[in-house]
Design a protein around this ligand. Sequence first.
Ligand code: MEV
Length: 446
Amino acid sequence: MRDGSERREERAPAERRLLSSRLPGFHARTLAERRAWLAEAFGLDEAELGAILDEGGLSIQQADKTIENVLGRFALPFAAVVNLRVDGRETLAPMVVEEPSVVAAASNAARIARAGGGFSTQTDEPLTIAQILLQGVADPERAAEAVQAERQELLAEADRAVPGLVARGGGARDVETRDLGSGLFAVHVLVDCRDAMGANLANTVAESLGDRVAALTGGRAVLRILSNLADRRLVRVHVRIPPDALAAEAQTGAVVRDGIVLASRFAELDPYRAATHNKGIMNGVDAVVVATGNDWRAVEAGAHAYAARRGRYEPLCTWSAGPDGTLVGRLEMPLAVGTVGGAQRAHPMARLALRLAGVQSARELASLIASVGMASNLAALRALVTDGIQRGHMALHARQVALAAGAQGDEVERVARRIAAAGEVCLERAHSELEALRRERTTAGH
Ligand code: MEV
């Protein structure tokens, strides 16, 4: 298809809705039990599901056709965030991530957020910016007028370049101009990409309008490409949490709430802290973006450019105390993601991920992703202002270290517990604990 768009019937079906995402003890079940639950909850064939999950979705032959110079595949864990409620909808969030505790932390914060009804979201229309960047525009004011005088014709020409998108209800919506100084000039065409991420669509539009825009402005079209600063495609998340739900072992909910508000203030005042604060948000965002076959580099570029939009790097999510004492969270960020497109169609794991997410549109997917981002931020801040993150993180990291030391089967948990309890989560200690465990078992066996 010329515009690189996909037809509606190719979308991942969301056949069965989850009744509740509240799954106490899900993490303590075995892998086989979790898969059996998933198959039952979503009406999937357990054997088929197992085959996709074991294979990682992509055969070596498919991988060889996906990029160049392929040598193999690189596997990462695929997991589900539980306890999520987004806009009143019970949902799981699929995640692909290598960092221990990201899934657990988001699930825990999602449980806490339920006490206030869960996450509420609002999304913009899925507008992607196609940019035409010109050089040698001698009179920017006249150029802007000339472009606006031809606005309707430019929109019509853009639509002719993406007929598949227009047939699905999308298309070019507006034209804007920006004088960049020194004869450099930008023309933006806003393209409603419906359920596509929109890079191919916007690039097609930018390329098809380049010559016409150059003639109108008297300049030369140098670059014709989308902008990843997707600030016309924002998602906003809001949450209110009663303080009791935030209480930790040694702190009351009100103390934890105040700590989170203070942590948020630090991120507002200090870009060094804001970068780490936003990294915590992106822990959740990227993991779902990757799982659903979306372009995480585009999402990252957009998120950080948006965080710096006022000339200073700022947090994407902030926390305050409401007049009734609740903790109030607000997140706003651009999210250019799709539910139709190359990877979503071609990659069985991405198709499965969309099915678990149960989303019906790119906007719903953006709402889910941003909510998981907020959950990740909440979990990180709550941990930081109570125990610090190392306690929980190290306990999980210990498993990886135990594996690296050669632990197998139930040895992994046992060695992990020993090195975590000793406060020495390192390979050397894991080796010695593994040896000790094996010696104990041999002795007990005799
Ligand atoms: C670690 O992956 C993320 C955190 O550093 C985020 C934060 O500090 O807010 C814990």
